[in-house]
Design a binder for this molecule. Structure first.
Ligand code: 6PG
Length: 239
């Protein structure tokens, strides 16, 4: 573990030990939130990196340590596709986790990527306001990071990065020629705990750029009062 001005960074030998650590982190954060507020409201990251963690959380040794009846699962972002599309972040999490745990359906808050992007963003923001209240504080936001330093669907040079008021926006990503729905920096930075899961050599360069102070999107995540943790494997370690 080494101190890092952009939060605390913990380095693990490989992707497997990173996934184990991330699953343990989730269990601990859930227990802490449920003990304090009788529920755990978590936004999951999309992408490939966290799938191993989600699969572990579905396994007996981890799943039995989470009070799923008091867990609310949301997403940090979603692609503008149907929930059964191969690129859907919801579908990915449903495959490896949601279909295997006793979480009440009403506790799974899917972003409706299949609807018109501005409507999907407004609808999700309304759902967040109902769930979180005016302070909009997630207990945990899990994030990944792309090799361009994006996080959630906050890509370099896109409009969503500038959003300072809304909690959820539609964001056109030119490099992908695609619309995305994403949480914004204000609501991410309001979280009690923000944790990045970063794995693999392609992430070492953006991590080093962030550590050097470059304002890549993932480097703009600085919780106002909450705790920031980077869980990375050796391949992604910038040092
Ligand atoms: C998404 C994620 C995105 C992801 C990064 C890293 O919808 O794709 O929200 O921000 O975390 O692109 O993805 P990998 O883990 O696949 O490298």
């Amino acid at each position: 573990m080494s101190d890092w001005r952009n939060g605390e960074i913990k380095v693990y030998a490989d992707a497997d030990t990173l996934a184990q650590a991330a699953a343990g982190h989730f269990v601990a954060q859930a227990a802490e939130a449920i003990a304090a507020r009788d529920r755990f409201v978590v936004a999951l990251s999309g992408g490939a990196t966290p799938r191993a963690t989600y699969a572990l959380l579905a396994s007996w040794s981890y799943a039995t340590r989470v009070d799923w009846l008091r867990v609310h699962i949301l997403w940090g972002d979603e692609r503008c596709v149907s929930p059964d599309h191969r690129n859907s972040n919801y579908r990915s999490v449903h495959q490896v986790l949601l279909s295997k745990i006793p979480i009440p359906t009403v506790n799974v808050h899917r972003i409706r990527g299949e609807t018109e992007p501005s409507w999907a963003a407004m609808a999700y923001e309304s759902e967040l306001e109902t769930l979180l209240g005016s302070d909009g504080r997630f207990d945990l936001v899990l994030l990944g990071m792309g090799d361009d330093g994006h996080t959630a669907s906050l890509f370099p040079g896109t409009v969503a990065l500038e959003e300072q008021t809304r909690w959820v926006v539609e964001n056109y990503v030119e490099k992908l020629n695609a619309w995305r729905i994403t949480l914004t920096l204000p609501i991410i930075n309001a979280a009690r705990q923000v944790t990045f899961l970063v794995s693999g050599t392609p992430k070492a360069e953006p991590l080093a750029r962030i550590q050097a102070g470059e304002p890549l999107p993932a480097g703009l995540v600085r919780p106002t009062e909450g705790k920031l943790t980077w869980l990375v494997d050796q391949q992604a370690n910038p040092e």
